[in-house]
Design a protein around this ligand. Sequence first.
Ligand SMILES: Cc1cc2nc3c(=O)[nH]c(=O)nc-3n(C[C@H](O)[C@H](O)[C@H](O)COP(=O)(O)O)c2cc1C
Length: 258
Amino acid sequence: MKLYKMKLYNIVFSPTGGTQKVAVLLTKALAGEAAAIDLTDSKQDFSAIRLTQEDVALIAVPSYGGRVPAVAVERLTAMHGQGARAVLVCVYGNRAYEDTLVELEDAAQKAGFRVIAAVAAVAEHSIARQFAAGRPDAQDAAQLAAFGEKIQAKLSADDLSEPDLPGNRPYKKAGGAGMVPKATKACNRCGVCAAECPVQAIHKEDPTKVDEKACISCMRCVAVCPQGARRVNPLLLSAAGLMLKKVCSERKDCELFL
Ligand SMILES: Cc1cc2nc3c(=O)[nH]c(=O)nc-3n(C[C@H](O)[C@H](O)[C@H](O)COP(=O)(O)O)c2cc1C
C-alpha cells in the first residue's frame, strides 16, 4: 500500500459551481489530503504545477457542446502530471457529453497523468437552468459516494488499468454557444465579473464592455454578479430552452468507467 504518501489534487474547471459540487461529492470517498487547483483562474501559471507518481488527481470539467472547454485543455496540458494517477470527471447538463471524456483523457495523458477511472455526472444546465435543476441531488450523491469507494479500492490495489471511455476521435466539431451575457442597468461596475471571468473577456474598468470573440458563454459572470446585473438576451435564452427541451428532460444517471 502506497496510500500513506498519496496527495489528492482536485483540478477543477467550474465556472458556475456544478462541476465543483460533483468533484466534492466524489472526493469524500477518496482518502488523502486534498489540494485545490482552479482551472478557471486566468492569473495562475499552470506550467509551474508538478505532481508526483504517488499523487492522485481528480480532473473535473463541464461538457460544452460535447467537448472539453478549450481553455481547460490549454491549462491542463500546461501542467506536469509526472505519472500521477488521474480520475476524470465530466459534468453535463443532462443533454449529452459526447466526446468530452475521450478529449479529457487525451489532454490528461498529454500532461503526463495515468488515467485509471472516469465518471460522467449531471449538474444543473448552466445556460438553460430549468434543465437538471437541483442536480447533483441525493440520488447522485449516493451514486457518487459508491463510485468513490470503487475508485478508492482500485487505487489501493495499485491497479493501473486504463478504463474504456465512450466518445469518438476525431472529436465532434467545437461550436461556441454564442450566448454572451451583457450588463443590465443595475450594473454598478464593481468589477467582480471582470476579475472572475476565466478568459478575461470583460473590461476591468468598464464591465459593460465584453470581448464577444473571447467570451466562452460559461455564465460565470451571471453567477458571480452581486447585483444580479448580468444576463443573456432573454429571447435567445428561451429559444435555447425550446431546442433543448426534448433532449434534456429525461433524467440521466451518473456513470462510472473503471
Ligand atoms: C457553453 C456551454 C455549453 C454546454 N454544452 C452542453 C452540452 O453539450 N451538453 C450538456 O448536457 N450540457 C451542456 N452544458 C451544460 C453544462 O455542461 C453543465 O451545466 C455543467 O454543470 C456546467 O458546469 P459548471 O456549473 O461547473 O459551470 C453547456 C453549458 C455551457 C455554458
